[in-house]
Design a protein around this ligand. Structure first.
Ligand code: FE2
Length: 283
């Protein structure tokens, strides 16, 4: 059981242009309130994200992970077909023998998902709650947008819980790792509710479920910077973005080594990528 995978998050093609306020009738107000970072004031299109996502895919092709996972916010605006086409174009540059797994983010299915936003995502990218196995480890991907706010998506939270109970139950006794966009918490299970984390009401349910089934860790994004914490033996890892950073961490990728005694991971900015990953060196 020695392999590594690469987590990408928040490729979010089009975010830099959105931060410019271009095309936004409230741009003057945004500028006055300092909501348009100076470096993005003239940005249009998605060249900023294209450059970085292409670097991420090139790194994966060079490093040869067991698989790549993108933990959501694939694009800024799912209604923008050019963004979706660019996401597909760059994703297709990944070598055919490296599997890629996608999770939706709030930008992909809305902060409050609806039957329509979920249907559009599923039609384009397939299941949003699913699992796969590699090297004896069970990996479960779930749509955290539903756990964040299921109020406009009737039946989805119950269906998600049913899926997780069944899937995790079937993997009982094996090592299990979860992926999603919103983290369960940022630093501690007692974190207050906010836009940044799954609300306490459903966080508790998921944490109990994960504890019951021995889920080892969850890898998420959403924050556009690195963070993380622990709850008992469960580790919550939040990774910085491929796209626009919103903190001190640069755009980059997370390399996660899976070895017999646990997980070992490190975030790398695109200017700080390793020459190779040799999991045989893990103690
Ligand atoms: Fe994002």
């Amino acid at each position: 059981m020695r392999f590594f995978f690469i987590q990408l998050s928040d490729t979010q093609l089009g975010m830099a242009a959105t931060l410019s306020g271009a095309g936004n009738p409230k741009r003057a107000e945004m500028l006055a309130r300092g909501l348009c970072p100076p470096e993005f004031e003239e940005t249009t299109g998605f060249a900023y994200e294209t450059e970085r996502y292409e670097k991420a895919v090139a790194a994966a092709n060079r490093l040869r992970p067991a698989f790549v996972v993108i933990t959501g916010d694939l694009v800024q605006d799912p209604e923008d077909l050019a963004q979706v086409a660019e996401l597909r174009r760059i994703t297709a540059l990944l070598d055919d023998d490296i599997p890629i797994h996608l999770a939706p983010g709030n930008c992909d299915v809305d902060n409050t998902p609806t039957p329509e936003s979920l249907a559009l995502y599923r039609e384009r990218f397939g299941d949003d709650n699913y699992s796969f196995d590699h090297g004896g480890v069970h990996f479960v991907v779930f749509n955290t947008g539903i756990a964040f706010d299921p109020s406009c998506a009737p039946g989805e939270w119950d269906a998600q819980l049913e899926f997780l109970r069944s899937d995790l139950g079937g993997a009982m006794g094996r090592r299990i790792v979860a992926f999603g966009h919103h983290p369960l918490f940022g630093y501690s299970p007692a974190d207050p509710d906010s836009h940044m984390v799954i609300p306490t009401e459903r966080r508790r349910v998921l944490l109990d479920l994960f504890a019951e089934h021995g889920v080892e860790a969850m890898f998420a994004g959403h924050w556009h910077k690195n963070a993380g914490g622990a709850a008992g033996g469960f580790r919550m890892v939040i990774s910085g973005p491929v796209g626009v950073p919103l903190g001190d961490d640069p755009s980059g990728i997370r390399i996660v080594e899976v070895h017999d005694s646990g997980l070992q991971c490190a975030y790398h900015g695109f200017d700080d990528l390793p020459g190779a990953v040799n999991v045989r060196d893990i103690p």
